[in-house]
Structure formats: structure tokens, C-alpha cells
Design a protein around this ligand. Structure first.
Ligand code: AMP
Ligand code: MN
Ligand code: MN
Length: 317
């Protein structure tokens, strides 16, 4: 039996199901989980999608108001984690995953630790929402307008508007099919990729002002701490995308962006051409993709910067 058939068997068997995704969820986490949630609802499953905290920019996504911040049970028949590379990324709600009778992982991260009983991970896919589209087609599940909107949201955000490595003819074929169904790509693009909230704009100014260039300009580095966020009255998700500022500068191979959280500094790394940033993050207990990865680290920004630069330097040409 193929992995996809096994997954369907578990879904058919389960009465109650919980869907989970990674902390600090991006458009792909929100889109792929909401798409799956809607289908399982249609199948009359007792299903809950738990996302404790997310940016209000995602409020344009259909059915987002049905998301729960906490689960109503402690032992679900089935737990499905989407767009999540490791159990650690499920943060404080990993218990819902661990305590479920059966656990499934659907993802696209190259560093995925295969933490489910059944793992369907397509590392060549640029978005988990694209993996989800393939699943929908395989199972012959109907891609409604609302589900299509969620999948498109995930694909367009995780590919940075169809520009990152991993985008393939299949990505465009899927996007094309969703467009012909009437999914409003322009609206999604504008709201999820082009629009800054006022506070995210203020945060960007601080991060840009603080940017440093190291190793002959091959590394760009900047950070945001809690004080900055307080100053600009930042909301959840306002720092999203700031790591791209450094990456988009000529000559830069790796962009480092640190963001202070309750657990230390959340590190975001992005590479342009050749540095494997997933390996760098794996060194410190994180992971991700070849050219986009993350990890949480302890210490001052300067100490963390030194540790990261030491590792990145090994790979610089
Ligand atoms: P970010 O910089 O947070 O946007 O993350 C970049 C990519 O790396 C995303 O695909 C994340 O899901 C992944 N990632 C971030 N943090 C971790 C982590 N601690 N472990 C594994 N993957 C991560
Ligand atoms: Mn994600
Ligand atoms: Mn993703």
C-alpha cells in the first residue's frame, strides 16, 4: 500500500482528528492546514485545527475563524502535522500530536525528522500547499473555491511570489488550474506579499538601519529585539520577511536575521546560491530547506552572530 493510501485509510478510520502546524505560522502553514481542515469537515469528521497564534494578515483566508487556540480533547484518534519539520516546531501544542493514537506528517522540508507514524514528505516541492494539492488530486477530493484560495495562498507565499528555488512547471500548472477556477491571486499577492502594516514598516526601518555586512559583504546580519517591538507596537508576524532584505543585496550569499522571543532568539537564515543553511541550522538543533532555514538560539545577538558566522564561513567561496 502506498503512503498516500495508508494516510487515507487512517483518515477514514478516525472519528476525531486534530490538525497542527508550526509555530509562528507563515502563509504555507495557514494555507495547507486550512485546506485540509475544510476537506475533513466536508467528510463529516470531528476535526479541530489548532493554531495558538497567527498574524492578522491571514484573516482574508476562508474559514480562519474556525481555528481553535486549544484542543477540546487530549487523545485524538488521529493527529496530522502539516508544513512542520520537527516535533519541536509544534512548540507548546506538541502534546496533541504525541498523545494521538495515530500520527501523520505531511510536509516538504528537507530536514524533516520523520516524526510521525506515517510520513509523506516531498522535499522537491516548494510549498506544503503544493504537496496538499497533489494529495487532493490523488484522493479525488474536490478543490472548492475556498480550498483553492488557501492552497494558492500557501504556494504564493512560500515561493515568494513564484521566485524561489523549487518552483517548477508543476507549480505553474497548479497555479494555472486554481486561477481558472477563479481564485483571486491578485488579492492574495497584495495582502500577503506586498502590504506592510504600519508597525512592520517601522520595524523594517530599525532592522535596515542596524544591518551589518561581514566577510567581504557575503554575509548580511541584523536583528530585532523585544524593545524594538514594544517601541513600534509590533503585532504577531510583523518581522516576517525581514530576512529577505539582506538576501536581496548584491554580493550577499547569506542573510542572518535574529528575532527575540520568550525562548531566546529565533534565527532566520537565507542563502542565495550555494550555502546550505539547513545544515548550518541543523548544527544548532534547527533545520529547514537548502536555502531557507531556522533555529532558536540562546545568548546575546552578538554571541549568536559569532557562532553562526563561524559555521557559515566554512561554506563561503
Ligand atoms: P523562517 O526563517 O522561520 O522563515 O524558517 C525558514 C524555513 O526553515 C521554514 O521552512 C521553516 O519551517 C524552517 N525552520 C525554521 N525553524 C526551524 C526549526 N527550528 N527546525 C526545523 N525547521 C525550521
Ligand atoms: Mn512554513
Ligand atoms: Mn512551507
Amino acid at each position: 500500500m502506498s503512503t498516500l493510501d495508508e494516510i487515507l485509510k487512517e483518515i477514514d478510520k478516525a472519528k476525531n482528528i486534530v490538525i497542527l502546524t508550526h509555530e509562528n505560522p507563515d502563509g504555507d502553514a495557514m494555507g495547507s492546514s486550512l485546506a485540509l481542515y475544510q476537506e475533513l469537515k466536508t467528510m463529516n469528521k470531528d476535526v479541530e485545527l489548532i493554531v495558538p497564534k497567527y498574524s492578522r494578515v491571514f484573516e482574508i483566508l476562508p474559514r480562519i475563524e474556525e481555528i481553535k487556540t486549544e484542543g477540546s480533547k487530549s487523545n485524538y484518534d488521529l493527529a496530522i502535522a502539516v508544513d512542520t519539520a520537527s516535533i519541536k516546531q509544534l512548540d507548546g501544542w506538541s502534546k496533541y500530536f504525541e498523545d494521538a493514537k495515530t500520527r501523520i506528517v505531511i510536509d516538504h522540508h528537507s530536514s524533516n525528522s520523520m516524526f510521525g507514524d506515517i510520513n509523506y514528505v516531498d522535499m522537491s516541492s516548494p510549498a506544503c500547499s503544493q504537496v496538499m494539492y497533489v494529495l487532493f488530486k490523488y484522493y479525488n477530493w474536490e478543490i472548492t473555491h475556498d480550498i483553492g484560495t488557501c492552497l494558492m495562498a500557501g504556494i504564493v507565499t512560500d515561493t515568494g511570489g513564484f521566485q524561489y528555488t523549487g518552483v517548477s512547471t508543476e507549480t505553474f500548472e497548479i497555479a494555472s488550474s486554481l486561477l481558472s477556477q477563479g481564485v483571486d491571486l491578485v488579492k492574495l499577492y497584495k495582502k500577503l506579499l506586498s502590504t506592510n502594516t504600519r508597525s512592520s514598516f517601522e520595524l523594517r526601518k530599525i532592522a535596515l538601519d542596524r544591518m551589518e555586512f561581514l566577510e567581504d559583504g557575503k554575509i548580511a546580519y541584523t536583528y530585532i529585539n523585544k524593545k524594538d517591538e514594544k517601541k513600534v507596537k509590533a503585532e504577531t508576524g510583523d518581522h516576517e520577511g525581514l530576512v529577505n532584505e539582506g538576501r536581496n543585496i548584491e554580493g550577499v550569499e547569506v542573510s542572518i536575521f535574529l528575532h527575540e522571543t520568550d525562548d531566546g532568539y529565533k534565527v532566520s537564515l537565507r542563502a542565495n546560491e550555494y550555502v546550505n543553511v539547513s545544515d548550518v541550522c541543523l548544527m544548532f538543533g534547527g533545520g529547514g530547506h537548502l536555502r531557507a532555514a531556522g533555529v532558536t538560539m540562546q545568548g546575546t545577538p552578538k554571541q549568536i552572530r559569532e557562532k553562526l558566522v563561524r559555521e557559515i564561513k566554512r561554506q563561503l567561496k
